[in-house]
Design a protein around this ligand. Structure first.
Ligand SMILES: NC(=O)c1ccc[n+]([C@@H]2O[C@H](COP(=O)([O-])OP(=O)(O)OC[C@H]3O[C@@H](n4cnc5c(N)ncnc54)[C@H](OP(=O)(O)O)[C@@H]3O)[C@@H](O)[C@H]2O)c1
Length: 326
């Protein structure tokens, strides 16, 4: 089967740049949106140029110029959007409505993958304020896609390892603790930690697959499901040291929101749903909601539990050793 031509929007971003790489690696003709608004952001420009060096085609377009977006979309069969959606970093999910309009007008797109890559927003209709904003906005984009009859795939990627595994799921840091660790509840709720490169590879695998058309695809390999306690144990084995553990009750987590800024409150809500409610694992996948490792069993070697977690720790191990030695 001929491979689809792919346009990646948000391609210089955290998950977007991995999706560009995966698309090229899987042999797709790959276009990456280049926005004039990047201005003097030299890092972004160099990221884009490095894609070009590896065979991607850069296509100029702006979210403030509908015609340019339509032109970009017309070049591809599949559009993947990795628009920012993390409050403490950058959050522009609703801008995707402009992309949906462009896809509708272009009329050629066989599949659209909007910027999701987290908890399935359709399962979060009772989520807490203010954190529910992320889910609500993703649902607004879904409604626009479905109202316009655009074929879609929604990727539910669970917890990015870089944000949740490398820091033992501690809020406000990306580094693993060396002495003390905070455990949510009893630490035994099952969570899904996903390596970002695996997320990108799975994403690309879905795009030409009829089994994922108009479906939500959960990235939930069995080996990647582990509790916070199990995650901590992997780190403790690596640094040959037990950490001091304290346990945070649900009430204490929720009351800690008071006085926090908006972005942090959003984060606390997400932690609550993941680590206390178990929102990533308290349901089964099925007909409408397919699971990626079942669709692509050739992938597991990338996704062994210790590989995924250890990969996010790898950069920290030396630091932890030198610090405990000093
Ligand atoms: N599950 C998890 O643990 C997790 C963690 C983080 C993020 N996510 C999800 O992953 C998705 C992508 O997040 P990310 O952290 O990868 O995003 P990001 O790196 O912060 O940003 C991605 C891209 O968004 C585009 N963008 C930002 N502001 C824009 C604007 N005003 N106009 C046009 N484009 C704009 C930029 O595209 P250009 O390349 O064109 O500049 C940027 O590179 C989101 O849906 C987010 O919720 C999930």
């Amino acid at each position: 089967m001929e491979k689809s031509k792919v346009l990646v929007v948000g391609g210089s971003g955290y998950i977007g740049r991995r999706i560009v790489k995966a698309s090229l690696a899987e042999g797709h003709e790959t276009y990456v949106l280049q926005r004039p608004e990047i201005g003097l952001d030299i890092d972004k420009l160099q990221t884009l140029l490095s894609f070009k060096k590896h065979g991607a085609r850069l296509v100029e377009a702006s979210f403030s110029d509908h015609r340019s977006l339509v032109h970009a979309v017309k070049l591809a069969d599949v559009v993947i959007c990795a628009m920012s959606g993390v409050h403490f970093r950058s959050h522009n999910l609703l801008l995707q409505l402009k992309l949906v309009d462009a896809i509708k007008d272009a009329g050629n797109v066989k599949r659209f993958l909007p910027s999701e890559f987290g908890t399935d927003p359709a399962r979060m209709r009772d989520a807490m304020e203010p954190g529910r904003v992320s889910f609500d906005e993703k649902m607004i984009v879904r409604k626009a896609i479905e109202d316009a009859n655009i074929p879609f795939t929604y990727i539910s990627a669970n917890c990015f390892a870089g944000y949740f595994a490398g820091n033992l799921s501690q809020m406000g840091t990306l580094l693993p603790p060396k002495d003390k660790v905070l455990i949510y509840g009893d630490g035994n709720v099952k969570v899904v930690y996903m390596d970002e490169d695996d997320i990108a590879t799975y994403t690309i695998k879905t795009i030409d697959d009829p089994r994922t058309l108009n479906k939500t695809v959960y990235l939930r390999p069995r080996e990647n499901i582990l509790t916070q306690t199990e995650l901590i144990e992997i780190w403790e084995k690596l640094i040959l040291k037990k950490l001091d553990k304290s346990f945070l009750s649900k009430q204490d987590l929720l009351s800690s929101m008071e006085g926090l800024d908006y972005a942090s409150q959003v984060g606390v809500c997400h932690y609550y749903h993941i680590f206390y409610e178990g929102c990533l694992t308290n349901f089964e996948t099925g007909e409408e909601r397919v699971e990626a490792s079942e669709l692509y069993p050739e992938m597991p070697s990338f996704c062994l539990r210790n590989d995924t977690v250890a990969a996010s720790f790898r950069h920290h191990v030396d630091g932890a050793f030198s610090s405990s030695a000093s």
